[in-house]
Design a protein around this ligand. Sequence first.
Ligand code: DC
Length: 214
Amino acid sequence: MHIIAIDGPAGSGKSSVSKAAARALGFGYLDTGAAYRALAWAQLNRNLQVGAMSASQIAEVFDYKISLDPSNYWVQFANVDITDAIREPEVAQTVSSIAVLPQVRAFMLQYTRDLVTQSGLTGIVVEGRDITTVIFPEAETRILLTASEEVRIRRRQAELPADVSIADQVTKRDNTDSQVVDFMKPAIGVIAIDSSNLSFDETVTAVLEAVKGK
Ligand code: DC
């Protein structure tokens, strides 16, 4: 199985670039952040006390499904569609505190590897924060997609209503998240692509070039 691992901070353009690269390659696409968001959503809406649970207890109640089709993205929890709900500011504010928990990371490591290896796909683009370093350090291609803080805040803001300010959220979340895994600097063997001065298409091309270069 051909695995392309892409890490990067919030607003680096990771999700849309990864989807477009997966489409161009005829590969599947996995957004690993969605599972952390779903867990945060379940804590908020299904009364799950994630902090008090072990990795195996999380595995028991994590009734989660995600599409691996880059052209048809959806996420479900207990058969409820939560594709839009996990993008709500409430979830974004809770997710970092859940993502730092060691039992959550242990669960996600196993869950993500199983999901990918049992998918039956010949190739997949997997994006997140610790994919190049922890989840699939042996992936065929490993990329860190970065962008300047200013550009990342601007991109995230463009996704939201004009009256919601994102600057604090993006910076705060990246700071919390990067205490767990360092996704701001490329690990050895990881190709860094800085998209600050690249258009969307140029960034996708840079990713595809990195894949071909292997
Ligand atoms: O990529 P995203 O914004 O949807 O990620 C949501 C949260 O999940 C983010 O706060 C960091 C965390 N995350 C992580 O710790 N490891 C991953 N592989 C993916 C996401």
